[in-house]
Design a protein around this ligand. Sequence first.
Ligand SMILES: Nc1ncnc2c1ncn2[C@@H]1O[C@H](COP(=O)(O)OP(=O)(O)OP(=O)(O)O)[C@@H](O)[C@H]1O
Ligand SMILES: [Mg+2]
Length: 509
Amino acid sequence: MDEPGPPAGDEAPPSPPTPTPTPSAPDTPYGILIVDDEEAILESLEFTLGTEYRVFTAHDGRTGLEIFDREDIALVIADQNMPGMTGVEFLEKVIERDPRAIRMMLTGYADISSLARAVNTGRIYRYITKPWEPDELRINVKRALESYALSSENSALAGALAEANERLRAENLYLRQEVERRYSFEGIIGESPAMQRVFEVMKKVAETDATVLITGETGTGKELVARAIHYAGTRREQHFVAQNCGALPDTLLESELFGHRRGAFTGANADKKGLFEVADRGTIFLDEIGETEPGMQVRLLRVLQEGEIRPIGSSNTLHVDVRVLAATNRDLETLVAEERFREDLFYRLRVVEIKVPPLRERRSDIPAIAHFFLEKSNARMGRKLGGFSNAAMDLLTACPWRGNVRELENEIERVVVLAGDEPQVSVEMLSSNLRGGSADVPAATADDAEIEDWNLNLSVDNMKRRMIVAAIRETGSKTRAAERLGIPRQSLQKMMKRLGLTDEAVGAS
Ligand SMILES: Nc1ncnc2c1ncn2[C@@H]1O[C@H](COP(=O)(O)OP(=O)(O)OP(=O)(O)O)[C@@H](O)[C@H]1O
Ligand SMILES: [Mg+2]
């Protein structure tokens, strides 16, 4: 701090000597540590380097290491021959602490062969023979510190790069897993034999470019199936685009699918790529294909036959390589019979047909799907509903679910939104139209269309559950419920036990 800047080139020892290590030029960036048992050498080196660097001195290796640990040291100069720890031993310890620090060795011997190996293997940056030329030493130190700066910068850059790479890799992995989790077969819950058969066909067609017609009632998961086929196939790295063909008037749909040239119609201010072009080498999903007009059907037939599209207002056709998946909840065969859907297009689309069964034909999937949505909603809304009471699950499995999986999803979401701090979903929390109520029980004269499940025992049990729950809820006690149901109280008790209905689940006193 109070270092008197010595005149350049003057090697006269400064006064007073520094018996303990003290920083000599605090404003300069690099710290240099000199370790030598000879006071005169320390003084002389400090004199040479002290104006440009922060110089620390020590008489032995142990004190040197203490300073090294405490201060920010870029370069170390050590004498080879010192009592106690030798210079080589000291520098080895420096390497352990920070391998980036530049290490120089002072040697009083002409015989430097013993150091040559250390220099060659990079343990020592260079050696300095005594006596040294001050200017030469300054230049050597300057160069050494430049290389230190570079290596620090490099390692910082390398570190930042490695970190950025790692972050990117993790993000990619996350995104890929996210996509796969959402659309892979694993994302489609279906243990039931009916769904297992669907998965079998999906697996087979995923590996091909075959056009697939996916049919099924609304909300059965047709779009989910389409995405899963795309992401399980060889086109997975390319685009998957979806268009609802029932949502737009014919001309707009044409421009969406095939694109248009600037000026093709009022409002077409620029060229626009159609989805078929966007999906080139990927997959297009034509949802609600049954809603298309005859003109559109002709254009679609052309893409399927020739792989060609013509943007509106263009005189040229474009060739595209697009896999087509289509879906409908209409009965296309009927539409064909009624001449509302082109037969040739129908057969082109239905190279393979996947029929996604309605939820009521795979009731065994309901508990798993319900839990899946419960967890999803819990996570989204920060709730902790731990599951369903037996009675609640009974009701869910017995429901007709005309809106299929989507209706079930909406129901669970509604329950979670409205839930307080209940530990689980109980019957009371379900929508009233699901919850028992004789209005929901099919009349005895129900015609075939009303029969949801042809397994008689199962259906009767489900109906019993719903009636019992409804009766208890309406009358408020098991005794009165038994009266209402026209059975002895004891029978009700037994029946509830067999059907897995607990008192608390049905809210009985
Ligand atoms: N097996 C399943 N497992 C998990 N989630 C499902 C399953 N099937 C459907 N879903 C979910 O249910 C909802 C409806 O599915 P999707 O949109 O695929 O049905 P859709 O048949 O295309 O219906 P629509 O005919 O009304 O267009 C989506 O949120 C979807 O993620
Ligand atoms: Mg759909």
